[in-house]
Design a protein around this ligand. Structure first.
Ligand code: CA
Length: 238
């Protein structure tokens, strides 16, 4: 079983892929644009990405380059153009394998199995280790992006979707000050907005973590700069 991200804007192809992969007992998430794909891989752990090259927002080569900028997850490109020069270029740019559309379910399965085998995450490998590895840890915080569960010092946190996204985003970059503009873009998917949106969610999140802006433990606001998540010194190292 693998965690698969399907990036495909064609609803028909997408549904067929999801159905097939789910039947093969993989865990599937799907998006229709390159930017959504970038967001998904930034937040969640995947074992393989199936990337359609004809997406509405970004050129395939560009999408691949941006994906490679943030993750080493195996990428299988799916293209309708049987253009050898382009495929070779994409393989050199970090794609792990390719499929020319229309492809059969058997062909996809074979390519996926090969890619997963090379990455060492195929069936039989991984197991409990892979389960534990996907969690984000920072001090006493443990965040499971796939199950969307978070706990602090062994106690489950009851977070809203946005609070979870905000916490997971910051916890992936412990100690790094994230500008508010970036938080708005990445967590809220807004190119602009007022600071109050972030402040309100931060204050709710702080309450759930049992801290306040005046005496922060994990969430630190640097006025006029941004926000960072840093485990307190007395917490177990993550
Ligand atoms: Ca397409």
């Amino acid at each position: 079983m693998a965690r698969v991200l399907v990036v495909e804007d064609d609803q028909f192809v997408r549904s067929a892929l999801i159905r097939h992969l789910t039947e093969a007992s993989h865990t599937v998430r799907s998006v229709g644009t390159a930017l959504e794909a970038l967001r998904e891989v930034a937040h969640l752990g995947f074992d393989v990405v199936i990337l359609d090259l004809g997406l509405p927002d970004l050129d395939g080569a560009e999408a691949l380059k941006m994906l490679r900028g943030i993750t080493q997850v195996p990428v299988i490109i799916a293209t309708a153009r049987d253009d050898e020069a382009e495929i070779v270029r994409l393989l050199n740019d970090g794609a792990d394998d390719y499929l020319v559309k229309p492809f059969s379910v058997e062909h996809l399965s074979a390519r996926m199995a090969a890619v997963l085998r090379r990455a060492g995450t195929g069936t039989g490998g991984g197991g409990a280790g892979a389960e534990a590895d996907r969690a984000i840890r920072a001090g006493g915080l443990v965040i499971d992006p796939l199950r969307r569960q978070a706990e602090l010092d062994g106690r489950a946190l009851d977070l809203t979707r946005r609070e979870f996204d905000l916490l997971a985003f910051l916890a992936q970059r412990p100690g790094v000050v994230v500008p508010r503009r970036e938080l708005l873009a990445e967590v809220w998917q807004q190119s602009y907005g007022d600071d109050q949106t972030i402040d309100v969610h931060l204050s709710w999140l702080r309450r759930k973590l049992g801290e306040t802006a005046a005496s922060p433990r994990y969430l630190h606001t640097l006025r006029g700069v941004g926000v960072k998540l840093e485990p307190p010194r007395d917490s177990p190292r993550g």
